[in-house]
Design a protein around this ligand. Structure first.
Ligand code: NOJ
Length: 761
């Protein structure tokens, strides 16, 4: 039956066949005939019918007419785009949402172009579409993979209901530099945690079946090392060694590929002299050959064009040649492929085989998404109406939002606040902000729709006073506006101090505005912006009963607050349900369980600071001067990776280690809730390989489990370590597991735990 269909398609007149929807029906029938989802027969047929121009059209991606997430090149005008759409010279679009808009564009292509190949629609759904989850860095602080998966599921449900079938997420870039604005978009500094998060988010987006109407294709980005931009400055150079590349940067990408991620995006940055977009080693050798990745690689916005500016290509034509040869399959908004690839192939500078390979990858994704079954499968107005902002979605994002909050300090158990609190003074510009808490990457959502902290608190107590204090942030700012701080406001500080003198309990809400982090938002200071520290000190001067809630898109340097303020919560930007989530924690309806996914430095001069560093030759004070230290700052962080308190206490005891050559290393520990409140604890396991063929970090996270204990309850927590945990990439980029002695630490953060050792033979 199958071969009959194939040959009848081959022998029909191309025009008759391809013009009609009959052709698509043939393809559908073929798709159904397959038990395993292998679309190679259909793809082959299609390739056979496509002209070179049409093939290259599949590799061309345009931004929609509504929105832009990067600088728009001059050639990018609407009439040219429409002309190309109708000629079948656009394989995918980005920055279009909404069923009606997408249906119109899809129809233009399906009904008017010669072959009618449906388009992919991509969008940056970074932490939700309409219903917003916490920013990804905050979600990482939950260390709760189930909740993270659910949050991605919510995003996929809404995204697919709005006509879009592809998200440019997850960003799996590891970063150790909080100056880089995009740390808000990732999973923090650690590759092990980053791997688990990458898997959870991909599963959430793609589900079990990519062709289901409510799942979308994911995209692991940015290959590679974008999180290591020098000095944390956006789009800057990256120069790192193979150890960091293979052991820190690449593991989440590899895990993403192993989890079946549909696509990968390359990066803007130069990596060791070669711009990532033109890097054959990364895209062809590692990703496509070694890891067998079969999906498309999409460029970042205009990153093919930028090969010229990097000084790697002399003009756009050469840039296009370099990018396709390096393994970049889709050109996002550079106009390099559409303008030059046909000539490059005809001149023999680019092999048509590479074009066929790229188009095969793109078409396969379209088949997998079911677009050949029904190009409008994501265009259902009823679903769009029902699913966007669904109440179940808000429940799910509230759940992950409360789990993302990290308790840094709670002297004298100032928290939780009493629900019968008869008075509370709330100070801070961010407390009644409904916009900033939504986070930075939320281009399709509605501004000013977060539950503010004041609204959240109002659910608990009616008697509170709000004093805005100095106006710090301009809340009219949007995603594409340059961020500017407001000026000083002595009067605002004075008013807050006057109110503080009479208050019994003060809640201060401070931090960064959402648009101070994200793409293009690097900072040279990690301090509280503007006059906030001045305000905090002035209030503290007259009243020390302060709970500080931080809203931030990155680790901040808060040494004064850490020393003086009795209770501190890190609340990041928690999305739509921000106020409700923070209020639940403040009033004890949720016992905080978050742990920092990135180190909080004491001062900016320590950056990059991360827990899994190497030992120097002089780590201890062996001499007054000649040892590895600063003369004006401690080496240790203010709050280490993995740190986070609870309203209860956990006691660790009875660490046991059993080694078996066949079963691996078994590590067991007892954890007891010794307080009087139910609570969750993230039990963390760190390893140190004492001597190896290349030096190994002082410790590395190799396991964690989030457990929930009733007061007085003890649980035995078990970890199994095998090759995946004991090995590393050596200088030859080979994975090796070397015999030798290992130190183990199991505990509550990267600096505190029970220790043991074992020998691996
Ligand atoms: C540039 C960003 O680096 C990338 O992550 C994003 O997906 C594209 N713009 C598209 O908006």
């Amino acid at each position: 039956m199958e071969s009959y269909l194939v040959s009848s398609i081959r022998h029909s007149s191309t025009i008759d066949l391809l013009k009609s929807s009959v052709y698509c029906r043939y393809l559908n029938t073929l798709a159904k005939l397959k038990t395993k989802k292998d679309f190679s027969a259909q793809i082959k047929i299609l390739l056979h019918k496509m002209t070179l121009e049409e093939k290259i059209g599949q590799m061309n991606q345009y931004s929609g007419f509504y929105d832009a997430t990067g600088p728009v090149p001059e050639v990018g005008n609407a009439s040219l785009k429409i002309e190309h759409l109708k000629k079948g010279l656009v394989g995918s679009m980005l920055n279009v949402t909404g069923v009606d808009k997408i249906r119109n564009l899809q129809r233009m292509v399906v009904e008017e172009s010669r072959l009618g190949i449906p388009m992919l629609f991509g969008f940056d759904v970074i932490h939700g579409l309409k219903t917003l989850s916490p920013i990804p860095l905050a979600e990482a602080a939950s260390w709760d993979m189930e909740a993270i998966e659910k949050s991605a599921r919510v995003a996929a449900d809404e995204t697919s209901a709005s006509g879009v079938n592809w998200t440019f997420a997850p960003m799996v870039d590891i970063s150790r530099d909080a100056r880089w604005g995009r740390v808000m978009e990732g999973g923090g500094e650690d590759p092990f945690l980053g791997v688990q998060i990458a898997k959870a988010r991909i599963k959430g987006f793609q589900g079990e079946d990519l062709s289901a109407h409510n799942t979308i294709a994911a995209c692991a980005k940015h290959l590679a090392a974008y999180g290591f931009v020098e000095a944390g400055r956006e789009y800057n150079t990256v120069d790192i060694g193979t150890n960091t590349l293979f052991n820190i940067v690449l593991p989440p990408f590899k895990a993403a590929v192993e989890s079946g991620v549909s696509s990968v995006m390359n990066a803007f940055n130069i990596l060791n002299g070669v711009p990532a977009t033109g890097d054959r080693f990364l895209q062809r050798q590692i990703l496509k050959e070694q890891w067998n990745f079969s999906g498309p690689v999409v460029s970042d916005w205009g990153s093919i064009r930028e090969l010229v500016i990097h000084g790697y290509a002399k003009n756009l034509e050469q840039a296009a040649q370099q990018a396709i040869n390096a393994g970049c399959d889709i050109d996002m908004e550079s106009y390099g492929y559409i303008k030059h690839l046909v000539d490059l192939v005809q001149e023999g500078k680019v092999s048509e085989k590479l074009i066929d390979d790229a188009v095969t990858r793109i078409l396969r994704l379209k088949f997998e998404l079911g677009l050949f079954d029904d190009p409008y499968r994501y265009c259902n107005n009823k679903r769009e109406k029902e699913r966007l902002n669904h109440k179940d979605h808000h429940a799910a994002v509230l759940d992950i939002a409360q789990k993302s909050i990290v308790l840094l300090k709670n002297e004298n158990n100032l928290l939780p606040l009493k629900k019968d609190q008869d008075e509370l003074l709330i100070i801070g510009d961010l407390a009644d902000d409904k916009n900033s808490p939504l986070g930075s990457w939320r281009i399709a959502s509605d501004d000013h729709t977060a539950v503010s902290l004041l609204e959240g608190i109002h659910q608990y107590i009616a008697k509170y006073t709000f004093e805005q204090g100095p106006k710090i942030f301009d809340d009219s700012i949007g995603f594409r506006d340059e961020f500017k701080m407001m000026g000083s406001d002595e009067e605002g500080i004075a008013k807050a101090v006057t109110a503080a003198k009479k208050a019994k309990m003060i809640l201060m809400v401070m931090g960064e505005h959402a648009f101070q982090s994200g793409e293009g938002r690097s900072r040279t200071s990690l301090d509280l912006p503007g006059d906030q520290l001045k305000l905090l000190k002035a209030v503290y001067e007259v009243n020390q009963n302060i709970v500080l809630v931080l809203m931030n898109g990155r680790p901040l340097t808060i040494p004064w607050a850490a020393e003086h303020i009795p209770s501190i919560l890190v609340a990041w930007q928690l999305g739509s349900q921000t106020g409700n989530a923070i209020a639940k924690v403040l009033f004890g309806d949720y016992n905080p369980s978050g742990k920092l996914p990135m180190t909080f430095p004491r001062s900016i001069g320590q950056v990059p600071i991360y827990y899994n560093h190497f030992s120097t030759g002089r780590p201890q004070k062996i001499h007054e001067v000649f040892w590895s230290h600063y003369i004006d700052e401690e080496n240790s962080p203010l709050f280490p990776f993995g740190f986070g308190l609870s309203y209860t206490n956990f006691d660790y005891s009875n660490l046991k280690i059993k080694v078996s050559k066949t079963k691996g290393v078994n590590v067991l520990v007892n954890v007891r809730n010794c307080g009087d409140r139910q609570g969750e604890e993230v039990v963390q396991l760190y390893l140190h390989d004492r001597v190896a063929s290349i030096a190994r970090p002082v410790k590395e996270l190799k396991g964690f489990k989030k457990i929930n204990l009733a007061p007085g309850e003890t649980q035995e927590v078990e970890f199994t370590l095998g090759d995946a945990e004991l090995g590393f990439y050596n200088h030859a980029h080979e994975w090796v597991v070397e015999p030798g002695k290992f130190d183990v630490m199991v505990g509550t953060n990267s600096q505190k735990g029970l220790t043991g050792r074992f020998t691996w033979v």
